[in-house]
Write a protein that binds this ligand. Structure first.
Ligand SMILES: Nc1ncnc2c1ncn2[C@@H]1O[C@H](COP(=O)(O)OP(=O)(O)O)[C@@H](O)[C@H]1O
Ligand SMILES: Cc1ncc(COP(=O)(O)OP(=O)(O)O)c(N)n1
Length: 301
């Protein structure tokens, strides 16, 4: 396990839903933390009956049950970074936000989970207001995909240009850094189809791109990516380096699972992938991951 500069084992807490299929939710988050040599803990917000084909049932936990888990963890184990995923409803969001305000001094990664890949809603659209008003102001990094960026801003996010406009709008809601993920955005740059994640902070855009992998093994990519970022922050890494390492991890995790026969639908990714750690990234640059290392490219986006 990784030891922080303070000399203790790095700890990451995920506040998220359970995915019985093991590819998304807390299962993905804890597998990811382990792969980053970070000690993982969980406060479960809801139990889903779910597999690679779809979501068959959602059973939210009460705000009391969520708060008791959080309190048990805070009273004894502590945390160096927190990630939030599927949260259930507005009442749960208010409880979690109050807890974070009172007891969390560490970085917080907010993955504003709203809809599962098959289309099942995991958050009532009426409860998006609670995410905006209570959670986003607490976020060190927020990681919406394109539809989530649309729900947060009202902007129809379909292109890289839309990602940039949405990121600026989301920054006005309070998070320190925004990553609009490119999994849902078709981006052809010089005949290569790329998955480009757009990062915005302090008025500057930085881009992390990788070749788009042609596979359906993408169940839980957002959960895995955000928990990888949180795990890196728990280790004490700088935010851009954390996002870059998470991007290398999810890229390899998707690639390695492409030949798997786990489930009949959108299969899970391979959480035994090895991340690439790179110390320094220049804000404002465009980086392309070639599967082994980051290349800084001269691109106008
Ligand atoms: N087919 C793919 N090939 C390569 N990277 C991908 C692919 N799909 C998603 N990603 C990456 O996985 C991460 C999660 O993105 P995304 O799939 O948009 O999130 P979500 O699961 O929340 O919808 C991002 O870094 C994105 O660029
Ligand atoms: C319990 C649970 N939480 C979150 C999700 C959505 O996860 P995500 O990483 O966005 O993956 P896909 O739904 O896109 O596969 C989930 N399905 N279940």
């Amino acid at each position: 396990m990784f030891k922080t500069a303070a000399g203790h084992i790095a700890r990451m807490l995920t506040i998220a839903g359970s995915d019985s299929g093991g590819g998304a939710g807390i299962q993905a988050d804890l597998k990811t933390a382990h792969q980053f040599s970070v000690y993982g803990m969980s406060a479960i917000t809801a139990i889903t009956a779910q597999n690679t084909v779809g979501v068959q049932g959602v059973f939210p936990l009460s705000p009391e049950a969520i708060l008791q888990q959080l309190t048990s963890i805070a009273d004894d184990l502590g945390f160096d970074a927190i990630k939030t995923g599927m949260l259930g409803d507005a009442a749960a969001i208010h409880t979690i936000a109050s807890f974070l305000t009172e007891r969390a001094t560490c970085p917080i990664v907010v993955d504003p989970v709203m809809v599962a890949k098959g289309g099942t809603p995991l958050l009532d659209p009426a409860d998006v207001k609670a995410v905006i008003e209570r959670l986003l102001p607490l976020a060190t990094i927020v990681t919406p995909n394109a539809p989530e960026a649309t729900a947060l801003t009202g902007i129809d996010v379909q292109s890289l240009a839309d990602c940039k406009v949405a990121a600026i709008r989301i920054a006005q809601l309070g998070p320190q850094m925004i990553v609009v993920k490119g999994g849902h955005i078709a981006t052809d740059i010089r005949e290569h189809e790329l998955a480009v994640d757009v990062v915005y902070a302090n008025g500057t855009f930085t881009y992390f791109a990788a070749p788009r992998l042609q596979t359906a093994k993408t169940h839980g990519t957002g959960c895995t990516f955000s928990s990888a970022i949180a795990s890196c922050l728990a280790r004490g890494m700088e935010p851009l380096a954390a996002i870059a390492a998470a991007k290398t991890f999810i890229h390899r995790a998707i690639a390695q699972a492409s030949t798997w026969d786990v489930g009949r639908g959108h299969g899970p990714t391979d959480h035994s992938a090895q991340p690439v750690f790179t110390a320094h990234f220049r804000p404002g640059a465009f980086y392309l991951f070639d599967g082994d290392r980051w290349l800084e490219e001269n691109r106008i986006v």
